[in-house]
Design a binder for this molecule. Structure first.
Ligand code: URP
Ligand code: ZN
Ligand code: ZN
Ligand code: ZN
Length: 443
């Protein structure tokens, strides 16, 4: 199958007073070990920081370290005319960015209010770039957090209590506001329902991504008596206590209610998670997944019969290539495509553990899970980097991958003003939702 594409990683990110355990070397090395040959990471500027400056920082961190090709999304964490101008520059050939992430949560850090969010989305539509949102209501979370802490709920269980499914679904609904949109890390059945409902009233492409974490584990871990264990599972939006969630997310991926699975790999060592001891809102947010994303989905969705192998390729690889406009260079095995190839052994058995994973982080949220199906060979740009189970990556072998704007998947089928005379300009740009059926030719 074509090499996996992880559309959502955070390597060497500094957030909530800590720095991610996985850097661009160890993170991409782990990616390759698990069958992923391309990642798209997030440049996240500080409020007030130049987006171009942050982009250059990320390039400096990643170039020379990555073991496979990588692209970049850029966060729009504050708003001004200068930011709008920089978004325009970033989408040029020189920089090669075609997607921007806006946060509806993280109130005192990256959150945009609705006016700024819509300005940013409008700018994306003008540029034929793709807006991405972190969909959670940051104000509700902030108020619930105050109330929980006042009541003495300070442990990791407070994380999910402060932001239940409705907090996510409300933001999904609000974000589907008349422009094409990619919703990152969808973590609940309520959020998927909100997206499905929006599709019935909106003709623009609405793309939904879920995570290996949601498919592979659940929110019951927040009740674990061990702080380290519970805190290790803290990410946003949180894992859900509803035990039917993992299977429902697999079905949503299989049924094309969701189109991609990422990892949101954003790992913190135990010592960093300890920053939130006594106040759950200070636990650095994020979990592992870049290494185990493909095996976890194979185990939970293919081995169970929920999803066929062709759809597995679509949601782990080719859909990401199409959405981010790098198909057929990536996400396809063909003459003239990059030779990113995985030979997958559906019978290979192993037990996931932090004791032998390739990631730098000292915990694995899938610890102890037995999976059947893993990569045997992984070819990165023509070079065998996993050789019958032996990892032979080369630091710096990967290249920066430019993602051009105007993805046909998002922006094809544009209706003219004549065909849709009642649509205001902002609602005009994109039209056709081609979320796609399983690719019969494996991408
Ligand atoms: O908890 C998470 N998801 N951490 C990474 C940052 C983000 O919101 O994607
Ligand atoms: Zn997010
Ligand atoms: Zn524990
Ligand atoms: Zn993320």
């Amino acid at each position: 199958m074509p090499g996996g594409i992880d559309p959502h990683t955070h390597f060497e990110l500094e957030m909530m007073g800590a720095k991610c355990a996985d850097d661009f070397y160890k993170g991409t090395r782990a990616a390759v070990a698990g069958g992923t040959t391309c990642v798209i990471d997030f440049v996240l500027p500080q409020k007030g920081q130049s987006l171009l400056e942050a982009y250059n920082n990320w390039r400096e961190k990643a170039d020379g370290k990555v073991c496979c090709d990588y692209g970049l999304h850029v966060g729009v964490t504050w708003w001004s005319p200068a930011v709008k101008k920089e978004m325009q520059q970033l989408t040029s050939e020189q920089y090669g960015v075609n997607s921007f992430k806006m946060f509806m949560a993280y109130k005192d850090a990256w959150m945009l209010d609705d006016y700024d969010l819509y300005c940013a989305m409008e700018t994306c539509a003008e540029l034929k770039a793709l807006p991405q949102v972190h969909a959670e209501n940051g104000h509700i979370i902030a108020r619930n957090t105050e109330k929980l802490l006042a009541k003495g709920v300070t442990g990791p269980e407070g994380h999910q209590l402060s932001r239940d499914e409705e907090v996510e679904a409300e933001a999904v609904n609000r974000a589907c506001a008349g422009a094409p949109l990619y919703i990152v890390h969808m973590m609940s059945k309520s959020a998927v329902r909100a997206l499905q409902l929006a599709r019935t009233r909106q003709r623009h492409a609405l793309i939904g991504e879920t995570l290996a974490a949601t498919v592979g584990t659940d929110g019951t871990h927040y009740g674990n008596a061990c702080f380290r264990h519970a805190a290790a599972h803290v990410l946003s939006p949180p894992l859900r206590p509803d035990p039917s969630t993992p299977q429902a997310m697999c079905e949503a991926l299989a049924d094309d209610h969701l189109q991609l699975i990422g990892s949101d790999n954003c790992t913190f060592h135990e010592k960093d998670k300890q920053l939130g001891k006594g106040n759950f809102s200070k636990i650095p947010n994020g979990v592992n997944g870049v290494e185990d994303r493909m095996a976890i989905l194979w185990q939970k969705a293919v081995n169970t019969g929920i999803m066929d192998p062709c759809r597995f390729v679509a949601v782990t690889s080719s859909n990401a290539a199409k959405v981010f406009n790098i198909w057929p260079q990536k996400g396809r095995i063909a003459v003239n495509s990059d030779a990113d190839i995985v030979v997958w052994d559906p019978k290979l058995e192993r037990t996931i553990s932090a004791a032998n994973h390739k990631q730098a982080v000292d915990f694995n949220i899938f610890e102890g899970q037995h999976v059947v199906g893993s990569p045997q060979y992984v070819v990165v740009n023509g070079r065998v980097c996993l050789d019958d189970g032996e990892l032979r990556v080369v630091e710096g072998f990967g290249k920066f991958l430019k993602t051009p704007v105007e993805s046909p998947l998002i922006y094809d089928g544009h209706q003219s003003q004549e065909e849709a005379p009642h649509r205001p300009e902002f609602l005009e740009a994109p039209v056709r939702v081609t979320n796609g059926t399983p690719s019969p030719d494996l991408g």
